[in-house]
Ligand binder design. Structure first.
Ligand SMILES: Nc1ncnc2c1ncn2[C@@H]1O[C@H](COP(=O)(O)OP(=O)(O)OP(=O)(O)O)[C@@H](O)[C@H]1O
Length: 431
């Protein structure tokens, strides 16, 4: 039986001739439940960004190419050379010394490489490199992830959009005893109500018009592993009842079937909406809320851990430079703007801002004008914005978030108030 590894790979074939071998490698990896992206492109700086470089190219030629590309620094790349046939592997030690990464021989060493790669991804995901940040909040978060990962309890992740809930879910799975099994994600907000149940539980042939053959759902795909239910607050009430049943009885029914399917899946749910508030509004089942909220983790917004902005920005800039193949630095003005901004879209917004700035930048240093428009606007209106923000925050506190009163006092329409709350990333506090 094929092993199952929780890993994804980007394979690069340097020439058309290498593609055949790359296709075989990809098929083997996919049999081991790995996600594989296959690219064909001539050797270049982008080779550094891939996990495996498939190449029949001779070691000498590879060496010369690396010299030309300036890739001689040991350890710079994280790529691998997969070669064929096996006995030639030794020649590629030269490529290894030139910093391309490990060299493995096809097909003999593929399985152990795959295992190592998935473990490395697992421990990275559970450790510092996937959940970056040196703030106290992030250190505590990483410790909590490690502790919770060891048990099988259901986890409820909450936090604003882009704070890293999916990263944390991956980190928990990767550090858990289930790490060798699949991790399946489903975004409950992206599915129409009618499809949620068939996606989750699967269906039998003839269960509904168009069900020409039976289909397994996400619970079956995640069997033995972890199922990540993103945006659980958007799940329709009828599907919520069925999730509750799985948690309580470890069983579910495919649509159109009366035969119960046993389920051995760890659930991790995430929400950016306060579920207790949704329960009060009758939009979320209270009993399911309690069942999910066994091990809650609240992710801090980027504003609350502003000391991590510099470190995250540097890391995202390194990644962008690698992608575009040019070294860049952050200029002082741009760095200051990043520190001052209020980041309503959190880490995702920061990552995107750096990526855009790197593309925009025509010099060696990223300036204010390379940043996305919302950051430039914020930087130019910083004094007014900060005054407005502090006035708004104190009024909200003084009136205990009585929005009508705040709008009246500021002579704003309610719509304007809501726009400002969104702009400043101010959320109604949980009671
Ligand atoms: N601590 C972190 N270190 C490094 N990257 C992070 C961190 N937190 C988030 N990111 C990055 O930010 C982006 C958004 O993260 P993620 O999708 O996990 O957020 P989310 O909270 O699940 O968002 P949403 O609620 O919108 O689904 C991703 O590119 C992720 O890699």
């Amino acid at each position: 039986m094929a092993a199952h590894y929780n890993a994804s790979f980007t394979l690069m074939a340097a020439t058309q001739a290498d593609l055949t071998l790359a296709g075989r490698v990809a098929r083997s990896l996919r049999k081991q439940s790995c996600a594989v992206e296959l690219r064909e492109q001539a050797l270049g700086r982008d080779s550094l960004g891939c996990d495996a470089l498939i190449s029949h190219t001779s070691a000498e030629r590879l060496g010369r190419l690396f010299d030309e590309l300036g890739l001689q620094t040991a350890g710079q790349g994280r790529g691998m050379v997969l070669i064929h046939p096996e006995p030639e592997a030794a020649h590629y030690a030269l490529a290894l010394r030139r910093g391309l990464g490990d060299v493995i021989a096809w097909p003999g060493e593929l399985d152990s490489w795959c295992r190592q790669h998935s473990q490395r991804h697992g421990s990275e995901a559970a450790g510092n490199s996937a959940l970056l940040g040196q703030s106290i909040a992030m250190r505590q978060l990483r410790q909590r992830v490690q502790r919770i990962a060891a048990y099988d309890s259901t986890v409820l992740l909450s936090g604003e959009t882009g704070t890293g809930k999916e990263c944390v879910a991956n980190a928990i799975h990767a550090a858990s005893p289930r790490r060798g099994q699949p991790m399946i994600s489903i975004n409950c907000a992206a599915l129409p109500d009618l499809l949620v149940e068939s996606e989750l539980f699967g269906y039998e042939r003839g269960a509904f018009t168009g069900a020409h053959s039976s289909q397994a759902g996400k619970f079956a795909a995640a069997e033995g592993g972890t199922l990540f239910l993103d945006e659980i607050g958007d799940m329709p009430l009828c599907a919520q009842a069925k999730i509750l049943r799985v948690i309580e009885n470890q069983e579910y029914f495919r649509l159109g079937s009366t035969r119960a399917q046993h389920s051995n899946v760890r659930l991790i749910a995430a929400t950016h909406q306060p579920l207790d508030e949704l329960c009060r509004q009758g939009r979320f089942r209270l009993d399911l809320y309690y069942r999910l909220n066994v091990a809650p983790i609240e992710l801090p917004s980027l504003r609350e851990r502003a000391e991590d902005i510099g470190l995250l920005a540097e890391q995202f800039l390194r990644e962008s430079c690698q992608r575009i193949g040019r070294p860049l630095k952050l200029g002082a003005e741009a760095s200051q703007a990043l520190l001052d901004y209020h980041w309503p879209g959190n880490v995702r917004e920061l990552r995107n801002a750096i990526e855009l700035a790197a593309i925009n930048c025509e010099r060696q240093q990223i300036g204010l004008s390379d940043l996305p428009p919302q950051l430039m606007r914020w930087a130019s209106s910083r004094p007014q914005a900060q005054d407005e923000l502090s006035q708004l925050s104190s009024l909200l506190i003084d009136t205990q978030w009585n929005k009508s009163e705040v709008a009246r006092t500021l002579n704003w329409s309610r719509m304007k108030l809501y726009r400002k709350l969104k702009f400043y990333g101010l959320d109604t506090p949980k009671r």
